[in-house]
Design a protein around this ligand. Structure first.
Ligand SMILES: Nc1ncnc2c1ncn2[C@@H]1O[C@H](COP(=O)(O)OP(=O)(O)O)[C@@H](O)[C@H]1O
Ligand SMILES: [Mg+2]
Length: 363
C-alpha cells in the first residue's frame, strides 16, 4: 500500500520513523506499548535517542533514494518526528508506502512565509508580517509594521535559533546578518499576556481530538515550563482549540499537529507557528492523559481509532536543558516527579536532555 491514507495496521506491524530525536523515541515507546515496532531512519540515527528504543535503524541521507526505498519496503507505514524532512524524500517514500503527515503539510510547516499565508487565508490572525529577502526588505518591513519586530529565518529555525530582535535604532543590515543573510520573515513583536498551544490528532477518516490549551513559558527562546491546562478564560481556550482544529482540517492532516499561539491582554488569539508532529508542550500528556500525544500519532498513522484525550490530572512539565539533567538523582528521589530522560550522552548547553512532569489535582 502506498500513498497517503494509512492502511489499518494490526499490532506487530512496523512503523518507519523519519528523524531520530526524543520525539521519535517517545513515539517508539508508545508504539511498543501497543505492540508495534519501530524502524528509525536518519542521517544521525546511530546511537540516537530513537535508535536506542527501536527494533532497527537505518543511517542514511535524506537524498539516498536506494536506502529510502529499502527502508520503505521494510516497514508498514512511515511517519516523522522532524518537520524539516525534505518534501522530495517523503514524495519518494510515498511511492512504496503510506507516509503521514504528507508532503503538502510539510511544505507549509517548513516555511514561515507559507505557514503564515496559509493561516491568514483561513481568516485566522497572526502578528503582522512581511517576507524579507534582503536588508532593504527588512528596513521596509520595519517601516511598515513598526519599530519592534522579530526577524526570523524562513526555514529551519527552532528553539529561538535563526532569530533577531529588532527595536528602535537596530540596524536592519545587522539584523539581517545576524540570521545569516538568508530568506526571512519580519514579524511585529507581540506583547502577549501568555503563550498557549493546542495539540490536535487527526485520523485518515477525518476524526479529530484535541488536548486542552496549555500555557508555555520560554527561557532564552527554549520552552521552559508548560502548564496544563492554560490559565486563560474558557472562551480563549475554546478559541485556541477552534483555531488548531481548523488548521488541521484545512491541511487534511493525518497525524499530530501542534499550534503555538499568543494570547494578548484583551484575549485575542494570534497564531505564531505550527509543527505537524508531537510537540514539547504535549509531553505532559504521557503522565496525565488516557492516551498521550505519541500514542495518538501511532494510532493515526496505523489507521486505528484515536485515543481518549481525557485529562486525569493537571500537570506542570519542566524541561531539563543542558546541565539541568545532572539533577537526576534529586528528581528521582522526589515523590511524584515523573522523570523522562532522552538517552543523550552529552549535556551540551541549550540541548533538551529530558523533562519532568509533576501532576496536580484536576481543576
Ligand atoms: N512575533 C513575536 N512577538 C513576540 N515574541 C515572539 C514572536 N515570535 C517569537 N517570539 C518568542 O520567541 C519564541 C520562539 O519563537 P518561534 O517563532 O516559536 O520559533 P521557534 O521555532 O524557535 O520555536 C516564541 O515562543 C516567543 O516566546
Ligand atoms: Mg516555537
Amino acid at each position: 500500500m502506498s500513498g497517503s491514507l494509512p492502511p489499518r495496521l494490526a499490532p506487530g506491524a512496523t512503523i518507519g520513523m523519519l528523524g531520530a530525536g526524543q520525539l521519535g523515541r517517545m513515539t517508539a515507546m508508545a508504539a511498543a506499548r501497543l505492540g508495534y515496532q519501530t524502524h528509525v531512519y536518519a542521517p544521525d540515527a546511530a546511537g540516537s535517542p530513537c535508535a536506542q528504543v527501536s527494533a532497527a535503524a537505518t543511517v542514511a541521507g535524506w537524498d539516498d533514494l536506494a536506502a529510502l526505498e529499502r527502508f520503505a519496503r521494510s516497514v508498514d507505514a512511515v511517519t516523522l518526528e522532524w518537520e524539516n524532512v525534505p518534501v522530495a524524500t517523503v514524495e519518494h517514500l510515498r511511492r512504496f508506502t503510506s507516509v503521514n503527515p504528507g508532503p503538502n503539510v510539510l511544505s507549509v510547516a517548513q516555511d514561515r512565509v507559507k505557514e503564515k499565508s496559509f493561516v491568514n487565508a483561513l481568516g485566522i490572525a497572526t502578528a503582522p508580517w512581511r517576507a524579507a529577502k534582503s536588508a532593504e526588505d527588512v528596513a521596509r518591513a520595519v517601516a511598515e509594521i513598526g519599530p519592534r519586530c522579530v526577524l526570523k529565518s524562513t526555514r529551519l529555525g527552532y528553539d529561538g535559533k535563526g532569530q533577531a530582535r529588532i527595536g528602535e535604532g537596530t540596524d536592519p543590515a545587522e539584523a539581517w546578518a545576524a540570521i545569516g543573510g538568508v530568506d526571512g520573515i519580519v514579524e511585529g513583536f507581540v506583547t502577549f499576556a501568555c503563550e498557549v498551544s493546542v495539540i490536535v490528532a487527526r485520523g485518515g477518516d477525518g476524526a479529530m481530538v484535541a488536548y486542552p490549551a496549555v500555557e508555555n513559558r520560554h527561557k532564552d527562546g527554549i520552552l521552559d515550563v508548560t502548564l496544563a491546562p492554560a490559565r486563560v478564560a474558557p472562551e480563549t481556550a475554546a478559541e485556541a482549540e477552534r483555531v488548531a482544529r481548523r488548521i488541521a482540517e484545512a491541511l487534511d492532516l493525518v497525524g499530530v499537529l501542534a499550534v503555538e499561539m499568543f494570547v494578548t491582554a484583551d484575549g485575542a488569539v494570534l497564531v505564531n507557528e505550527m509543527a505537524p508532529r508531537p510537540h514539547n508542550s504535549g509531553h505532559w500528556t504521557m503522565d496525565a492523559c488516557a492516551a498521550s500525544q505519541f500514542e495518538q500519532l501511532v494510532r493515526a498513522v496505523c489507521g486505528l481509532p484515536l485515543g481518549s484525550v481525557e485529562r486525569q490530572a493537571d500537570a506542570e512539565m519542566t524541561n531539563l536543558i543542558g546541565e539541568d539533567a545532572l539533577r537526576w538523582p534529586e528528581l528521582m528521589a522526589e515523590p511524584g516527579a515523573r522523570l523522562h530522560l532522552y538517552g543523550k550522552a552529552e549535556a551540551r548547553p541549550g540541548r533538551k536532555m529530558g523533562h519532568v512532569t509533576r501532576l496536580l489535582p484536576r481543576t
